[in-house]
Design a protein around this ligand. Structure first.
Ligand code: SOE
Length: 377
């Protein structure tokens, strides 16, 4: 066991589980100087948070996040709450000298995100945002291929994130389970929740996005609010499509919706370059599709590479070649990288500043959807 890195986690929903699992798995598979210690978990409901702590092995619980961020026996604060709480928690954690791992999207909007960046930079605390899909080995490998220049000049970037879980008009908005449908808690709908993932990956792989033109739609305009019991206007975007220009001259096309019947979490991207193309699909996450223009003759075609060999990113830590890993491992990889960063005293990407770039694109997309004009990022 390495040196302890004592984690204080706020929130225990879906992301609380993915992160807790990652903290527990890392020392079994990665040799890092620091080892996560599940020191405390915090949520408002004392019984539920205690049950969560028992299930996952947290040593203590808090019901007030302000107390948690002030505790002297915590090194890093992990924020897994609805988006409207990120800013205050992150700023308070930074003021108390804590490292911060924050769920995506960074903030409700750019103004909040900027304040958060300033807070972590002023306090000089290590920080990262959980855009986990960067650490799917096939996606990390795509980054390597692009950085090696194998695609050459890039012409097109296309990404989709499709789901279908909000089609029923009877689904309420708000409350613990459905805060993603409540604009006051989420800030936006699919743009901040799903397209933010696609934008983070796109900026990482293909560089800055300079201008955007978007359209959004809210298909179900009113839903009962779980907290007030009243039927209220829905303020989130149910679907969003945008086109954009990247700084490198390539063109982008992005689509996200929660109304694509039959699709549960279909995140796909395709990149077309001068010398080759890459395709990836979250439903088949261990495969990278690769077309190489150098493959001339009748055997030319798309290769489907099974990203499970020891020389593929992260894979030598896991099983033997050919045996695949899945969704939860992306979080394990982010924790492992974060711990390496701690040993070096460096933040790993995406940092708050990196995530602010994604936030800027999200805000420009939402602004463009309002006035149907091109917006600079
Ligand atoms: C929404 O359904 C959601 O859980 C997002 O909030 C996650 O970020 C995404 O990875 C999967 O879908």
């Amino acid at each position: 066991m390495g040196k302890p890195l004592r984690i204080g986690m706020i929130g225990y929903g879906f992301m609380g589980r993915t992160h807790s699992n990652a903290y527990r798995r890392v020392p079994n598979f990665f040799q890092t100087e620091y080892t996560p210690v599940l020191q405390a978990v915090c949520a408002r409901d004392a019984d539920k948070v205690k049950a969560f702590a028992d299930q996952w092995g947290y040593a203590s619980v808090e019901t007030d996040w302000r107390k948690l961020v002030e505790r002297k026996d915590i090194d890093a604060i992990d924020i897994c709450t609805p988006n409207n709480l990120h800013k205050d928690m992150a700023i308070a954690a930074a003021a108390n000298g804590k490292m911060i791992l924050c769920e995506k999207p960074l903030a409700m909007n750019v103004a909040e995100g900027e304040e958060m960046c300033q807070a972590v930079e002023k306090a000089k605390v290590l920080n990262t945002v959980w855009y986990n899909y960067r650490r799917v080995p096939a996606v990390t490998y795509a980054k390597q291929l692009i950085d090696e220049g194998r695609l050459g000049r890039i012409f097109h970037y296309r990404a989709n994130f499709l789901q279908d879980w909000t089609i029923s008009a009877d689904l309420p908005q708000g409350g613990t389970a459905l805060w993603r449908l409540d604009v006051a808690a989420a800030g936006s709908g699919v743009t901040g929740d799903l397209l933010a993932h696609c934008i983070d990956t796109a900026i990482w792989l293909n560089g800055d996005i300079s201008t955007v033109n978007a359209m959004t739609e809210t298909f179900v305009k009113e839903r009962k609010h779980t907290l007030t019991g009243k039927v209220e206007k829905v303020g989130i975007d149910d679907a969003c499509t945008f086109m954009c220009r990247f700084g490198n001259g390539s063109l982008g096309l992005f689509e996200s919706t929660r109304y694509a019947r039959g699709h549960k979490a279909l995140y796909t991207f395709e990149i077309n370059g001068e010398n080759g193309s890459i395709k990836w699909d979250l439903h088949d996450l261990h495969r990278l599709q690769w077309f190489d223009y150098k493959d001339e003759g009748p055997l030319r075609g798309w290769r489907s590479i099974h990203i499970t060999d020891g020389d593929h990113p992260y894979m030598k830590q896991w099983w033997v070649p050919g045996l695949q890993i899945g969704y939860e491992h992306t979080f394990v990889h982010q924790v492992a990288d974060f711990l390496e960063g701690v040993a070096k005293g460096e933040s790993i990407g995406p940092t708050f500043r990196d995530a602010l770039e994604t936030q800027k694109v999200c805000d420009a997309v939402l602004d463009s959807a309002k006035d149907s004009q091109w917006h600079n990022v």
